[in-house]
Design a protein around this ligand. Structure first.
Ligand SMILES: C[S@@+](CC[C@H](N)C(=O)[O-])C[C@H]1O[C@@H](n2cnc3c(N)ncnc32)[C@H](O)[C@@H]1O
Length: 283
């Protein structure tokens, strides 16, 4: 196996105290710990998208709100596609580039810092992966329409939206708003799928979520924080412990929210001859 040279940690400021860890915004904390931030279903969703959307070496993928680059990196690893990711958070974009070069610099990946509401990629793509990210934009229907403008005719939109049939209880709604910064209303399944009306549904599968057990959360937190401390050369145990405590709190918040949510993995085709109409029965 070829050993790659160690890369320089890309963030200008490292946390020096526990207070630095706790005062970071949620997106900055994700970058600080180089969290492998994923869409619902992680590798299983990537694999489903790759197969059902026929992604291959000739494909060009846009990774919307890419955070630290999981979607584009793993699709490129699985299929050899070329991908561009963008995110509002500058530190996450820096980490996406770092993770690309750490995993395999030969993958065809580009990352840019951009606001999705104004971003102009200057080209179109064969695939757009939006995961569950529409909910992070102030106007999800407007963002869904905007993204279709970046898709080739016959191209595929890859989504995995969360939804909840019943209104979230106040404590779960507070977690969604305060921990994850999502201010758009929690959609029902019908509302989540309506964002993609007029696209051909090539694949659709509903998934239930099982809360993670404490041991699994501890394993995940220690793995993630010890990797970040090694990469960023953080040696202060007080900083490490604060990072673990905050990540544990995030995962417990996730568990609270997921008790009330499900998600649907979607592969949707854009056919400019028929969109936005639908001529095909469901059954
Ligand atoms: C949970 S992550 C998205 C996860 C994942 N990519 C997915 O497929 O669901 C949310 C990301 O949205 C980004 N974001 C929020 N508002 C944005 C905007 N206006 N433009 C671009 N990215 C934005 C945040 O910086 C954050 O990294």
């Amino acid at each position: 196996m070829t050993l790659l040279p160690a890369l320089t940690w890309p963030l200008p400021k490292a946390p020096h105290t526990a207070a630095d860890v706790w005062s970071a915004s949620y997106p900055d904390f994700v970058a600080m710990i180089n969290q492998t931030n994923v869409m619902p279903g992680a590798h299983t969703t990537i694999s489903t998208w790759a197969l059902h959307a026929r992604i291959d070496r000739d494909s060009s993928v846009l990774d919307v709100a890419c955070t630290t680059g999981f979607t584009s990196r793993e699709l490129a690893r699985l299929t050899g596609c070329t991908a561009t990711g963008f995110d509002l958070n500058q530190d996450s974009v820096a980490l996406a580039r770092y993770n690309h070069h750490t995993l395999d610099p030969a993958l065809h990946l580009t990352y840019v810092q951009a606001d999705g509401t104004t971003y102009q990629p200057g080209r179109t793509f064969s695939h757009i992966a939006v995961g569950a990210a529409l909910g992070f934009f102030p106007d999800p229907p407007a963002m869904a329409t905007r993204l279709l403008g970046f898709l080739n005719n016959g191209g595929y939109l890859l989504a995995a939206p969360f939804w909840a049939e019943d209104p979230l209880p106040e404590h779960a709604a507070a977690v969604r708003r305060d921990v994850f910064g999502i201010t758009s209303p929690m959609e029902t399944r019908e509302q989540a799928l309506a964002l993609f009306a007029g696209l051909d549904v090539l694949h659709q599968n509903d998934h239930q979520l099982n809360p993670e057990l404490d041991d699994a959360i501890e394993h995940y937190c220690a793995s993630t924080i010890d990797r970040a401390c090694a990469q960023a050369d953080i040696r202060d145990p007080a900083v490490r412990n604060a990072m673990i405590d905050r990540l544990r709190q995030v995962k417990q918040a996730t568990n609270t929210l997921r008790r009330h949510q499900q998600y649907t993995v979607l592969v949707l085709r854009h056919d400019a001859r028929t969109y936005p109409n639908r001529y095909v029965e469901l059954f």
